[in-house]
Design a protein around this ligand. Sequence first.
Ligand SMILES: Nc1nc2c(ncn2[C@@H]2O[C@H](COP(=O)(O)OP(=O)(O)OP(=O)(O)O)[C@@H](O)[C@H]2O)c(=O)[nH]1
Length: 326
Amino acid sequence: MTGIRRSRDVPELVTRAREGDPRAVARLVSLVEDGDEVLPQVAAALAPFAGDAHVIGLTGSPGVGKSTTTNELVRIFRKQQKRVGVLAVDPSSPFTGGAILGDRVRMQDHATDPGVYIRSMSSRGHLGGLSAATPQAVRVLDGAGCDPVVVETVGVGQAEVEIAGLADTTLVLLAPGMGDSIQAAKAGVLEIADIFVVNKADRDGADATYRDIQGMIGLGERAPGQWRPKVLRAVAARAEGVEEIVAAITEHREHLQDTGELRKRRERRAAAEIEAIALGTLRARMEALRDGAVLADLARQVADGDLDPHTAAGELVTMTEAPNGR
Ligand SMILES: Nc1nc2c(ncn2[C@@H]2O[C@H](COP(=O)(O)OP(=O)(O)OP(=O)(O)O)[C@@H](O)[C@H]2O)c(=O)[nH]1
Protein backbone atom coordinates (compact mmCIF):
# COMPACT_ATOMS: atom_id res chain seq x y z
CA MET A 1 0.00 0.00 0.00
CA THR A 2 2.63 2.47 1.09
CA GLY A 3 4.71 1.64 -1.98
CA ILE A 4 1.87 2.54 -4.32
CA ARG A 5 1.02 5.69 -2.43
CA ARG A 6 4.65 6.79 -2.45
CA SER A 7 5.12 6.08 -6.12
CA ARG A 8 2.05 8.26 -6.80
CA ASP A 9 3.68 10.98 -4.71
CA VAL A 10 6.78 11.11 -6.91
CA PRO A 11 5.63 13.59 -9.60
CA GLU A 12 4.37 16.00 -6.94
CA LEU A 13 7.60 15.68 -4.97
CA VAL A 14 9.64 16.43 -8.09
CA THR A 15 7.47 19.47 -8.88
CA ARG A 16 7.92 20.80 -5.35
CA ALA A 17 11.67 20.15 -5.48
CA ARG A 18 11.86 22.10 -8.72
CA GLU A 19 10.04 24.97 -7.07
CA GLY A 20 12.81 25.03 -4.49
CA ASP A 21 11.07 23.36 -1.56
CA PRO A 22 14.02 22.06 0.50
CA ARG A 23 11.87 19.44 2.21
CA ALA A 24 10.94 17.91 -1.13
CA VAL A 25 14.61 17.84 -2.16
CA ALA A 26 15.51 16.24 1.18
CA ARG A 27 12.84 13.60 0.71
CA LEU A 28 14.10 12.74 -2.78
CA VAL A 29 17.70 12.43 -1.59
CA SER A 30 16.51 10.18 1.24
CA LEU A 31 14.76 7.93 -1.26
CA VAL A 32 18.07 7.66 -3.13
CA GLU A 33 19.99 7.00 0.06
CA ASP A 34 17.62 4.26 1.12
CA GLY A 35 17.66 2.64 -2.31
CA ASP A 36 13.89 2.98 -2.29
CA GLU A 37 11.81 1.00 -4.75
CA VAL A 38 10.37 4.19 -6.25
CA LEU A 39 13.81 5.25 -7.52
CA PRO A 40 13.04 4.35 -11.14
CA GLN A 41 10.04 6.72 -11.03
CA VAL A 42 12.14 9.43 -9.38
CA ALA A 43 14.80 9.10 -12.07
CA ALA A 44 12.19 9.16 -14.84
CA ALA A 45 10.47 12.24 -13.42
CA LEU A 46 13.80 14.07 -13.08
CA ALA A 47 15.21 13.09 -16.47
CA PRO A 48 13.82 16.07 -18.42
CA PHE A 49 15.27 18.55 -15.92
CA ALA A 50 18.64 17.08 -15.00
CA GLY A 51 21.93 17.00 -16.85
CA ASP A 52 22.95 20.65 -17.08
CA ALA A 53 24.50 21.35 -13.70
CA HIS A 54 28.24 21.77 -13.43
CA VAL A 55 29.35 19.05 -11.02
CA ILE A 56 32.38 20.03 -8.98
CA GLY A 57 34.20 17.30 -7.07
CA LEU A 58 36.24 18.41 -4.08
CA THR A 59 38.49 15.96 -2.33
CA GLY A 60 41.50 15.85 -0.02
CA SER A 61 42.82 14.35 3.20
CA PRO A 62 40.95 14.83 6.49
CA GLY A 63 41.48 18.30 7.91
CA VAL A 64 42.94 19.82 4.76
CA GLY A 65 40.17 22.44 4.66
CA LYS A 66 37.52 20.97 2.37
CA SER A 67 34.51 22.23 4.30
CA THR A 68 36.03 25.66 4.84
CA THR A 69 36.77 25.90 1.12
CA THR A 70 33.32 24.67 0.11
CA ASN A 71 31.77 27.23 2.42
CA GLU A 72 33.70 30.04 0.72
CA LEU A 73 33.00 28.71 -2.78
CA VAL A 74 29.29 28.66 -1.97
CA ARG A 75 29.52 32.27 -0.80
CA ILE A 76 30.90 33.35 -4.18
CA PHE A 77 28.41 31.28 -6.19
CA ARG A 78 25.61 32.89 -4.19
CA LYS A 79 26.97 36.34 -5.03
CA GLN A 80 26.66 35.24 -8.65
CA GLN A 81 22.97 34.51 -7.95
CA LYS A 82 23.45 30.78 -8.47
CA ARG A 83 21.48 28.10 -6.70
CA VAL A 84 24.01 25.74 -5.18
CA GLY A 85 23.81 22.11 -4.12
CA VAL A 86 26.39 20.57 -1.80
CA LEU A 87 26.68 16.85 -1.15
CA ALA A 88 29.12 15.88 1.59
CA VAL A 89 29.81 12.23 0.99
CA ASP A 90 31.40 9.94 3.54
CA PRO A 91 32.82 6.95 1.70
CA SER A 92 34.49 5.39 4.72
CA SER A 93 31.40 4.62 6.69
CA PRO A 94 28.02 3.18 5.79
CA PHE A 95 26.53 5.50 8.37
CA THR A 96 26.57 9.25 8.65
CA GLY A 97 29.47 9.87 11.01
CA GLY A 98 30.88 12.54 13.26
CA ALA A 99 32.98 14.22 10.59
CA ILE A 100 29.87 14.86 8.56
CA LEU A 101 28.10 16.43 11.49
CA GLY A 102 31.14 18.65 11.74
CA ASP A 103 30.64 19.67 8.13
CA ARG A 104 27.12 20.73 8.92
CA VAL A 105 28.36 22.99 11.67
CA ARG A 106 31.09 24.51 9.49
CA MET A 107 28.70 25.22 6.67
CA GLN A 108 26.15 26.82 8.95
CA ASP A 109 26.79 30.16 7.24
CA HIS A 110 24.46 28.98 4.51
CA ALA A 111 22.07 26.93 6.63
CA THR A 112 19.19 29.38 6.34
CA ASP A 113 19.79 30.41 2.72
CA PRO A 114 17.03 28.93 0.52
CA GLY A 115 19.40 29.19 -2.47
CA VAL A 116 21.75 26.61 -0.97
CA TYR A 117 20.97 22.97 -0.42
CA ILE A 118 23.49 21.14 1.77
CA ARG A 119 23.24 17.47 2.46
CA SER A 120 25.45 14.83 4.05
CA MET A 121 25.21 11.43 2.49
CA SER A 122 25.97 7.90 3.43
CA SER A 123 25.54 4.76 1.38
CA ARG A 124 23.25 3.30 4.02
CA GLY A 125 21.10 0.59 2.58
CA HIS A 126 21.96 1.40 -0.97
CA LEU A 127 22.68 -1.42 -3.38
CA GLY A 128 25.90 -0.68 -5.16
CA GLY A 129 26.95 1.69 -2.37
CA LEU A 130 28.16 5.20 -3.01
CA SER A 131 28.99 4.61 -6.63
CA ALA A 132 25.30 4.14 -7.32
CA ALA A 133 23.82 6.49 -4.73
CA THR A 134 25.96 9.58 -5.31
CA PRO A 135 25.25 10.13 -9.02
CA GLN A 136 21.55 9.69 -8.33
CA ALA A 137 21.68 12.24 -5.54
CA VAL A 138 23.54 14.63 -7.84
CA ARG A 139 20.75 14.11 -10.34
CA VAL A 140 18.18 15.09 -7.71
CA LEU A 141 19.97 18.36 -6.90
CA ASP A 142 20.56 19.06 -10.58
CA GLY A 143 16.90 18.36 -11.36
CA ALA A 144 15.90 20.65 -8.49
CA GLY A 145 17.70 23.51 -10.21
CA CYS A 146 21.02 23.55 -8.38
CA ASP A 147 23.93 24.59 -10.58
CA PRO A 148 26.69 24.04 -9.60
CA VAL A 149 26.53 20.91 -7.49
CA VAL A 150 29.57 20.47 -5.24
CA VAL A 151 30.39 16.91 -4.16
CA GLU A 152 32.76 16.97 -1.22
CA THR A 153 34.45 13.77 -0.12
CA VAL A 154 37.29 12.71 2.13
CA GLY A 155 40.18 11.54 0.01
CA VAL A 156 40.56 7.91 0.87
CA GLY A 157 41.66 5.43 -1.75
CA GLN A 158 39.24 4.31 -4.39
CA ALA A 159 36.36 6.45 -3.22
CA GLU A 160 37.94 9.69 -4.32
CA VAL A 161 38.72 8.31 -7.76
CA GLU A 162 35.09 7.20 -7.98
CA ILE A 163 33.84 10.62 -6.98
CA ALA A 164 36.17 12.23 -9.52
CA GLY A 165 34.56 10.07 -12.18
CA LEU A 166 31.32 11.77 -11.27
CA ALA A 167 32.55 15.35 -11.50
CA ASP A 168 33.01 17.67 -14.47
CA THR A 169 35.74 19.49 -12.60
CA THR A 170 37.76 17.84 -9.83
CA LEU A 171 39.53 19.89 -7.18
CA VAL A 172 42.16 18.21 -5.05
CA LEU A 173 43.03 20.06 -1.86
CA LEU A 174 46.44 19.71 -0.30
CA ALA A 175 48.01 21.31 2.72
CA PRO A 176 51.64 21.82 3.63
CA GLY A 177 53.31 19.42 5.99
CA MET A 178 50.90 16.57 5.52
CA GLY A 179 53.06 14.56 3.15
CA ASP A 180 50.25 15.26 0.74
CA SER A 181 52.25 15.79 -2.41
CA ILE A 182 53.82 12.35 -2.07
CA GLN A 183 50.49 10.78 -1.23
CA ALA A 184 48.95 12.49 -4.22
CA ALA A 185 51.42 10.87 -6.56
CA LYS A 186 50.82 7.47 -4.97
CA ALA A 187 47.07 7.50 -4.98
CA GLY A 188 46.80 8.36 -8.66
CA VAL A 189 45.34 11.71 -7.68
CA LEU A 190 47.52 13.43 -10.23
CA GLU A 191 45.43 11.90 -12.98
CA ILE A 192 42.08 12.90 -11.53
CA ALA A 193 42.79 16.51 -10.51
CA ASP A 194 41.84 19.35 -12.82
CA ILE A 195 42.74 21.90 -10.20
CA PHE A 196 45.08 21.53 -7.23
CA VAL A 197 44.62 23.86 -4.32
CA VAL A 198 47.43 24.18 -1.83
CA ASN A 199 45.33 25.33 1.11
CA LYS A 200 46.68 26.67 4.40
CA ALA A 201 49.15 28.70 2.39
CA ASP A 202 49.64 30.74 5.56
CA ARG A 203 51.62 27.82 6.95
CA ASP A 204 55.26 26.89 6.54
CA GLY A 205 55.99 24.54 3.71
CA ALA A 206 53.24 25.80 1.40
CA ASP A 207 55.77 26.89 -1.22
CA ALA A 208 57.47 23.48 -1.16
CA THR A 209 54.13 21.69 -1.59
CA TYR A 210 53.26 24.07 -4.44
CA ARG A 211 56.59 23.39 -6.19
CA ASP A 212 56.28 19.61 -5.67
CA ILE A 213 52.92 19.52 -7.36
CA GLN A 214 54.02 21.81 -10.18
CA GLY A 215 57.00 19.51 -10.72
CA MET A 216 54.87 16.39 -10.83
CA ILE A 217 52.44 17.92 -13.30
CA GLY A 218 55.35 19.02 -15.47
CA LEU A 219 56.49 15.41 -15.78
CA GLY A 220 53.19 14.12 -17.11
CA GLU A 221 52.69 13.69 -20.86
CA ARG A 222 49.85 15.69 -22.33
CA ALA A 223 48.25 15.61 -25.74
CA PRO A 224 48.04 18.95 -27.61
CA GLY A 225 45.07 20.95 -26.36
CA GLN A 226 44.73 18.81 -23.25
CA TRP A 227 44.01 20.63 -20.00
CA ARG A 228 47.05 21.29 -17.86
CA PRO A 229 45.99 21.04 -14.21
CA LYS A 230 46.15 24.37 -12.43
CA VAL A 231 47.88 24.74 -9.10
CA LEU A 232 46.56 27.47 -6.83
CA ARG A 233 47.29 28.66 -3.33
CA ALA A 234 44.59 29.53 -0.82
CA VAL A 235 43.94 30.40 2.77
CA ALA A 236 40.35 29.24 2.91
CA ALA A 237 40.01 30.17 6.58
CA ARG A 238 40.55 33.82 5.57
CA ALA A 239 38.70 33.52 2.24
CA GLU A 240 41.95 34.24 0.40
CA GLY A 241 42.51 32.79 -3.04
CA VAL A 242 38.93 31.55 -3.34
CA GLU A 243 37.94 33.94 -6.15
CA GLU A 244 40.87 32.46 -8.09
CA ILE A 245 39.54 28.94 -7.48
CA VAL A 246 36.16 29.95 -8.88
CA ALA A 247 37.87 31.54 -11.90
CA ALA A 248 39.84 28.34 -12.53
CA ILE A 249 36.65 26.26 -12.26
CA THR A 250 34.97 28.52 -14.84
CA GLU A 251 37.98 28.32 -17.12
CA HIS A 252 38.02 24.54 -16.84
CA ARG A 253 34.34 24.31 -17.66
CA GLU A 254 34.85 26.46 -20.75
CA HIS A 255 37.72 24.25 -21.80
CA LEU A 256 35.51 21.16 -21.41
CA GLN A 257 32.81 22.77 -23.50
CA ASP A 258 35.13 23.99 -26.25
CA THR A 259 36.85 20.64 -26.65
CA GLY A 260 33.74 18.46 -26.49
CA GLU A 261 35.17 16.85 -23.36
CA LEU A 262 32.14 17.90 -21.27
CA ARG A 263 29.88 15.70 -23.35
CA LYS A 264 32.38 12.81 -23.18
CA ARG A 265 32.66 13.07 -19.42
CA ARG A 266 28.90 13.09 -19.06
CA GLU A 267 28.49 10.03 -21.22
CA ARG A 268 31.19 8.29 -19.21
CA ARG A 269 29.40 9.26 -16.04
CA ALA A 270 26.07 7.98 -17.37
CA ALA A 271 27.72 4.68 -18.34
CA ALA A 272 29.14 4.27 -14.83
CA GLU A 273 25.76 5.10 -13.34
CA ILE A 274 23.92 2.59 -15.53
CA GLU A 275 26.49 -0.07 -14.73
CA ALA A 276 26.25 0.56 -10.99
CA ILE A 277 22.46 0.35 -11.03
CA ALA A 278 22.52 -2.81 -13.17
CA LEU A 279 25.10 -4.45 -10.90
CA GLY A 280 23.00 -3.55 -7.87
CA THR A 281 19.96 -5.19 -9.46
CA LEU A 282 21.91 -8.31 -10.36
CA ARG A 283 23.37 -8.53 -6.88
CA ALA A 284 19.92 -8.27 -5.33
CA ARG A 285 18.62 -11.03 -7.60
CA MET A 286 21.61 -13.19 -6.81
CA GLU A 287 20.99 -12.69 -3.11
CA ALA A 288 17.35 -13.62 -3.56
CA LEU A 289 18.42 -16.85 -5.25
CA ARG A 290 20.84 -17.57 -2.45
CA ASP A 291 18.20 -16.93 0.17
CA GLY A 292 15.79 -19.09 -1.81
CA ALA A 293 18.20 -22.02 -1.45
CA VAL A 294 18.86 -22.22 -5.21
CA LEU A 295 22.55 -21.66 -4.61
CA ALA A 296 22.63 -24.28 -1.84
CA ASP A 297 21.03 -26.77 -4.19
CA LEU A 298 23.59 -26.12 -6.93
CA ALA A 299 26.39 -26.27 -4.34
CA ARG A 300 25.26 -29.71 -3.23
CA GLN A 301 25.37 -30.97 -6.81
CA VAL A 302 28.85 -29.54 -7.34
CA ALA A 303 30.07 -31.03 -4.06
CA ASP A 304 28.69 -34.41 -5.06
CA GLY A 305 30.48 -34.21 -8.39
CA ASP A 306 27.18 -34.24 -10.31
CA LEU A 307 27.76 -30.77 -11.74
CA ASP A 308 30.83 -28.65 -12.48
CA PRO A 309 31.02 -25.15 -10.95
CA HIS A 310 31.02 -23.37 -14.32
CA THR A 311 27.78 -25.01 -15.43
CA ALA A 312 26.32 -24.27 -11.99
CA ALA A 313 27.36 -20.60 -12.22
CA GLY A 314 25.86 -20.46 -15.71
CA GLU A 315 22.57 -21.76 -14.35
CA LEU A 316 22.62 -19.19 -11.57
CA VAL A 317 23.25 -16.37 -14.05
CA THR A 318 20.41 -17.63 -16.27
CA MET A 319 18.10 -17.60 -13.28
CA THR A 320 18.97 -13.97 -12.43
CA GLU A 321 17.74 -13.09 -15.90
CA ALA A 322 14.31 -14.55 -15.17
CA PRO A 323 14.04 -14.15 -11.43
CA ASN A 324 10.95 -15.24 -9.55
CA GLY A 325 8.79 -12.29 -8.75
CA ARG A 326 11.51 -9.63 -9.08
N1 LIG B 1 45.80 27.89 9.06
C1 LIG B 1 44.79 27.56 8.29
N2 LIG B 1 43.81 26.77 8.77
C2 LIG B 1 42.78 26.46 7.96
C3 LIG B 1 42.70 26.92 6.64
N3 LIG B 1 41.59 26.40 6.07
C4 LIG B 1 40.99 25.65 7.01
N4 LIG B 1 41.70 25.68 8.16
C5 LIG B 1 41.39 25.01 9.43
O1 LIG B 1 41.67 23.61 9.31
C6 LIG B 1 40.73 22.86 10.07
C7 LIG B 1 40.08 21.81 9.20
O2 LIG B 1 39.31 22.47 8.21
P1 LIG B 1 38.05 21.76 7.52
O3 LIG B 1 37.49 22.69 6.52
O4 LIG B 1 37.17 21.24 8.56
O5 LIG B 1 38.77 20.53 6.82
P2 LIG B 1 38.12 19.26 6.12
O6 LIG B 1 39.07 18.88 5.07
O7 LIG B 1 36.72 19.52 5.71
O8 LIG B 1 38.14 18.20 7.27
P3 LIG B 1 37.34 16.79 7.40
O9 LIG B 1 35.87 17.13 7.38
O10 LIG B 1 37.80 16.27 8.72
O11 LIG B 1 37.76 15.92 6.27
C8 LIG B 1 39.75 23.85 10.66
O12 LIG B 1 40.13 24.11 11.98
C9 LIG B 1 39.91 25.08 9.78
O13 LIG B 1 39.61 26.27 10.45
C10 LIG B 1 43.75 27.77 6.16
O14 LIG B 1 43.76 28.20 5.00
N5 LIG B 1 44.76 28.04 7.02
